[in-house]
Design a protein around this ligand. Sequence first.
Ligand SMILES: Nc1nc2c(ncn2[C@@H]2O[C@H](COP(=O)(O)OP(=O)(O)OP(=O)(O)O)[C@@H](O)[C@H]2O)c(=O)[nH]1
Ligand SMILES: [Mg+2]
Length: 239
Amino acid sequence: MYVPEKSVSVVVPTYNERANIRPLAARVFAAISPAHCELLIVDDDSPDGTAAECAAAAAETGWPLRCIVRRGERGLATAVIRGLREARGDLLVSLDADLSHPPESIPALLDALRDPRVNMAIGSRFVPGGRVDLHWPLHRRLNSLVARLLARPLTPVRDMMSGFFAVRCKDLRFEGLDPIGYKIALELIVRHGWKNVVEIPITFSDRAAGKTKLSVAEQLRYLRHLARLYRFKLTGRKR
Ligand SMILES: Nc1nc2c(ncn2[C@@H]2O[C@H](COP(=O)(O)OP(=O)(O)OP(=O)(O)O)[C@@H](O)[C@H]2O)c(=O)[nH]1
Ligand SMILES: [Mg+2]
């Protein structure tokens, strides 16, 4: 089992992911020693009882699994920021709850951070060796391509849309962050001006259980987020 050099927090945003909590935790703690790692779920008061499931799983298994419940607040990126702020680890990983991101790749992301010049390691679908192991309909593939092309001038990272990444706690400057919507890694890269982002190839799978939260409203929010990031890059204005 992988024993990291420093303590690790794995931050996972959830909304209605009850069925995925135990399989996710089992795979995280099989990939990385629970003596050196905490799993921090940030749940937006999911009606399906995700938070209660976290508490039950932690009590039954003894896993270092914590759940923060946000009430009256929704949003993936702000949930991840809350988790990054409250995490206890020196090294911080974020991934989705639905097992689209393989927890088995966490050690490779952490290893990339051993090089002090590296700002962030990203689990990437779009570098050699990376794969998308699902059958997206044409419109969703096109959607993803257009979304990535729109962000290309902001960063050379190929999978800047990925929600699977690792960073050092000490490198984060929270006061400069102002995300809306889904794309937290893109927000971190642009706002910190990070140039050295390493992409680790991953196989991205279809969600294991539960329903997608990606909606048209979310896609419009992405466009607003991009507008903010372009404004920031061109004028230095925060919003
Ligand atoms: N806390 C919180 N988590 C969220 C919210 N929306 C989505 N998530 C979580 O963010 C992760 C990614 O959401 P998904 O619904 O899987 O989005 P996606 O990967 O683009 O779409 P599918 O995998 O096709 O369902 C999952 O762990 C969700 O539970 C939210 O408003 N609040
Ligand atoms: Mg997903």
